[in-house]
Design a protein around this ligand. Structure first.
Ligand SMILES: [Ca+2]
Ligand SMILES: [Ca+2]
Ligand SMILES: [Ca+2]
Ligand SMILES: [Ca+2]
Length: 602
């Protein structure tokens, strides 16, 4: 804090000398020498351009003329990367009321498509280990890495399918991906870099090839009741005749998603006990930091109701007590593909977090249509519905068309990333989104090999699935070298989030904008207030005006730019701590955004 305050004072002094601020502000000027040297300011007019404000009611009579302040790049004002505290290198918010995951940025990895270490065309755990430095090199002073602090691994258990959501052995890493020893090495290497790792856990069903199901096919088996069987074909979807009908009288089994994935019967306590053993093994023996839980709303079917049944909710209450008893810090993130009202029912005593599908849709629509109304409604509902910060945000995942395929260009993809990474909750980024990989159904095309270089770079052999067609032009190596790339935009946003508690856990407040193309909000903590303004559109935003009836500002509040460029203007603060009208920078470029920092007077 001390360093930051000094930097502001230095900047203010320079600003005063150059622009001649009102005398009342000179009391803020330091008497001590200034060590920071702001970059040479651009020539600034001494009063606001005559075009401001436009088409808005006149400011209050007492308002001083808006004075432009010099552009201050973020690095002259922030204390630099937050030094590691607590868990291996993961920055902490120092807020005792927020769990560790509220400081994390997660990255969803499909191991098969991330990096292949041995040339067989299939990504593997050793490949992921080799590329961990791309995700986070563990050194807060370097910024060539993406800076993520959590990984969600899509299924890594033994499975006959390419995707792994049909498990045959919950205790063993799929041999295409490596061994349990490789997995433990991954945990060690990830933790050393400040990355936590959670794994996909598929509770609802197994593979038909799982030994449990093979036994269950025999009507006289002790495991018959581990799955859901019927002698006659029931009405309703999801019922399948026993494959090959090899066993007389085996009948029909229930498999909601696929005939190769029979649903387990969680009304049988033996099934719950068996899965508790699995959970204990991964938490205690393998050291995972938690689980992403697949399709949890489908766990228990009751009286023809297939989703979010009382039985399912009750089961997860027992589950929550069970895993928290093993490790209170373990994180579970549920996939409840429903709207906010239904998702909320799981949070806090069944799972820690769940993915916010409504918010994902709203962010993509705001980016695509350049209209923020639906987004603001979704955000307000989220803030009102969840315990603070206890929801997982994403743009698209392995089941949906990739973000870039739902949007028109990389500018829109930047906007979507900005909206996600400046909002609350715990962000999850699907691998490849950071370079704008494309892909739409079928699922294999949403899960293609990551595009590392102009040659693909995922494998020395033949990739298990072709790269997307743009791989020669769109790849990590190219975007790393290009300052304005989508990848570098992600770098900047993640770094900002890692450095600023307000972006991770701060309170949220919408700001009114008189132009549809500009979306704006505040994120604030006791130390700082961040104002975010995003140009959703492909046209420059040059006639917008922001207003905040009631806000947290004190008179004389001065902004510094953490993101964006151009001349900055300070708001004129009203008696209620808000402002009206306010245009922090004259022009926000197409798809551009500004993040302004105001420090609180504490
Ligand atoms: Ca391999
Ligand atoms: Ca680094
Ligand atoms: Ca396999
Ligand atoms: Ca089920």
């Amino acid at each position: 804090m001390k360093n930051r305050r000094l930097a502001i004072c230095g900047w203010l002094l320079l600003s005063l000398l150059l622009t001649g601020c009102p005398a009342t502000e000179t009391t803020l000027a330091p008497t001590t020498p200034v060590t920071e040297t702001p970059i040479a300011p651009t020539v600034t007019p001494t009063s606001a351009p005559t075009s401001r404000p436009t088409a808005t009611p006149a400011p209050t009579p007492t308002a001083r003329p808006t004075t432009p302040v010099n552009f201050i790049p973020a690095e002259t004002r922030t204390a630099g990367p937050i030094l590691p505290v607590g868990f291996d290198g993961v920055p902490l918010s120092n807020r005792g009321d927020m769990p560790w995951w509220n400081d994390a940025v997660f990255y969803e990895v499909f191991v098969r498509s991330f990096y292949d270490s041995d040339g067989d065309g299939v990504g593997d755990l050793q490949g992921l280990i080799q590329k961990l430095d791309y995700l986070n090199d563990g050194d807060p002073t370097t910024d060539e890495d993406l800076g993520i602090t959590g990984i969600w691994l899509m299924p890594i258990h033994q499975s006959p399918s390419y995707h792994g959501y049909d498990v045959t052995d919950y205790y063993t890493v799929d041999d295409e991906y490596g061994t349990n020893a490789d997995f433990q090495q991954l945990m060690t290497e990830a933790h050393a870099r400040g990355i936590r790792v959670i794994i996909d856990l598929v509770l609802n069903h197994t593979s038909t090839q799982h030994p449990w199901f093979q036994e269950s096919r025999d009507p006289n088996s002790l495991r018959r009741d581990w799955y859901i069987w019927s002698n006659e074909r029931p009405t309703g979807e999801g019922w399948h005749q026993d494959p090959g009908n090899a066993l007389p009288g085996s009948g029909y089994y229930y498999g909601y998603f696929w005939d190769q994935m029979p649903d387990l019967n969680y009304e049988n306590p033996e099934v719950t006990a068996a899965m508790q053993d699995v959970i204990r093994f991964w938490l205690e023996d393998m050291g995972v930091d938690g689980f992403r839980l697949d399709a949890i709303k489908h766990l228990i079917e009751e009286n023809g109701v297939l989703e979010n049944t009382p039985g399912t909710l009750a089961w997860f209450e027992g589950f929550y007590v069970f895993y928290k008893d093993i490790n209170p810090d373990a994180l579970t993130v549920g996939e409840v593909w429903s709207n906010t009202e239904q998702v909320v029912a799981y949070i806090g005593d069944k799972v820690d977090l769940a993915f916010e599908f409504d918010l994902a849709e709203a962010m993509l629509k705001a980016a695509f249509n350049a209209r923020p109304l639906m987004l603001q409604v979704a955000q307000e509902k989220i803030i009102a519905s969840y315990p603070p910060g206890q929801y997982a945000t994403f743009l698209a995942n392995h089941d949906q068309a990739r973000t870039r395929s739902q949007l028109a260009n990389d500018g829109q993809a930047k906007v979507a990333a900005t909206l996600q990474l400046t909002f609350g909750g715990v962000p999850f980024i699907y691998y490849g989104e950071e370079i704008g990989m494309s892909g739409a159904k079928p699922d294999e095309n949403i899960r293609r090999p990551l595009q590392w270089t102009a040659d693909g770079g995922f494998t020395t052999g033949t990739p298990w699935r072709d790269y997307y067609e743009d791989y020669r032009e769109r790849h990590i190596a190219g975007q790393s070298a290009e300052p304005d790339s989508l990848l570098n935009h992600y770098h900047t946003l993640i770094r900002l989030r890692n450095q600023h508690e307000a972006l991770r856990t701060g309170a949220w407040q919408p700001i009114e904008s008189d132009r549809m193309q500009v979306y704006s909000m505040l994120r604030s903590t006791e130390d700082e207030i961040l104002l975010i303004a995003v140009n959703l559109s492909g046209r420059p935003a040059d006639d917008y005006s922001l207003s905040l009836e009631v806000g947290p500002f004190t008179p004389g509040a001065q902004p510094a730019a953490l993101l964006g460029e151009g001349e900055l203007y300070a708001p004129e603060i009203n008696v209620a701590g808000g402002f009206f009208p306010y245009r922090p920078v004259e022009v926000i470029p197409p798809y551009g955004s500004v993040v302004l920092q105001f420090l609180r007077e504490n």
